[in-house]
Design a protein around this ligand. Structure first.
Ligand SMILES: [Zn+2]
Ligand SMILES: [Zn+2]
Length: 337
């Protein structure tokens, strides 16, 4: 099978011909039809994060396709099922995190495309208990970005703890943000989109944002306070650290800011402001299997679809190179004909 492999951090991925893997007990073999490219893949390829993957590694954690083979003791998935292989490849199932519905925080978790071979390949092995079933009506190309980006913003928006009718800011209208606008609108929130790119703001408006703010032209916090007295919540998906501090300033008292984007670095917080206005700030990382099934169901029901830019596996290095400043809103998805 063809696969894109990280053999050295920071070097181009190698396009290799590898043997098709065999699923073990409890595992399935998936013929990959589409595979989304996420910023995390870039971090994996560069070895950016403190816990680096062991090399060689095939990145990719937004693979979708058909199950072509099942291992022993697999009962929840059948050959022919349309499935997605998410970031959470498997968790231990026994620790406090797993038992309390926080399997995404399991210290023994294995991550697709990071700890185990991922979806930048024609075939991928997955744990049958952790694959997502793709609802009818969502094709592979548009399903792929929902497996990480869609799930991440769905969960992040749940963590905002807003109610229908509340004002919720989506900061940064990229791969995550353009899906967050759609999910937030589907959840009944009044959506404020902020970015520094007019094209992305136009996209946000077309996807259901009630208010769009170009942070290059106006101070978004001041503008939001003048217009509506502050937002109830914010989901920050931006790749710039400045956006994180900005989001705190956009909140009305009691508001909640959820951090989804992972730019390197840190930002400073005005403690007095955070305490006196009782602002909550929390991080949110992907989502559980239950979140993923709900995120996919909502996407099917409310026609939530990513803007996709199809590409070939052979162009993966060019894609990753451009990724840091990807000019087009939406998500690059590798297609496997
Ligand atoms: Zn991802
Ligand atoms: Zn666990």
């Amino acid at each position: 099978m063809k696969a894109a492999v990280v053999t050295t951090f920071g070097a181009p991925l190698e396009l290799l011909d590898l043997p098709i893997p065999t699923p073990g007990a409890g595992e399935v073999l998936v013929r990959v039809r589409a595979s989304g490219v996420c910023h995390t893949d870039l971090h994996a390829a560069r070895g950016d994060w403190p816990d680096k993957p062991a090399l060689p590694i095939i990145p990719g954690h937004e693979a979708v396709g058909e199950v072509v083979e099942i291992g022993e003791r697999v009962t929840s998935v059948a050959v022919g099922d349309r499935v997605g292989v998410p970031w959470l490849h498997r968790a231990c199932g026994n620790c406090e995190a797993c038992l309390s519905g926080w399997e995404t925080l399991c210290p023994q978790q294995q991550r697709s495309g990071y700890d185990v071979a991922g979806g930048f390949a024609e075939y991928v092995v997955a744990d049958a208990a952790y694959v997502a079933h793709i609802p009818h009506g969502i094709d592979f190309l548009h399903a792929a970005p929902l497996i990480c980006a869609g799930l991440t913003v769905y969960k992040g928006l749940r963590m905002v703890d807003a109610k229908p009718g509340d004002w919720v800011v989506v900061s940064g209208i990229g791969g995550l943000g353009h899906l967050a606008v759609q999910y937030a609108a589907a959840m009944g929130f009044q959506v404020i989109a902020t970015d520094i790119d007019e094209t992305k703001l136009d996209l946000a408006a077309s996807l259901g944002a009630t208010m769009t703010i170009n942070a290059k032209k106006v101070d978004p916090a001041g503008y939001i306070h003048r217009q509506i007295g502050g937002a109830h919540g914010a989901l920050v998906t931006a790749v710039s650290t400045a956006a994180f501090g900005q989001a705190l300033g956009m909140m009305r008292p009691g508001g909640t800011v959820v951090l989804n984007g992972v730019p390197p670095g840190s930002f400073s917080v005005n403690i007095y402001d955070l305490v006196m206005r009782a602002i909550t700030m929390r991080g949110s990382i992907v989502g559980t299997r239950h979140d993923l099934s709900r995120a996919l169901a909502l996407a099917a029901q409310r026609n939530i679809r990513p803007t996709v830019h199809p590409a070939d596996l052979s162009s993966i290095n060019a894609i990753l190179e451009k990724m840091a400043n990807w000019p087009m809103p939406g998500r690059v998805v590798l297609e496997f004909p």
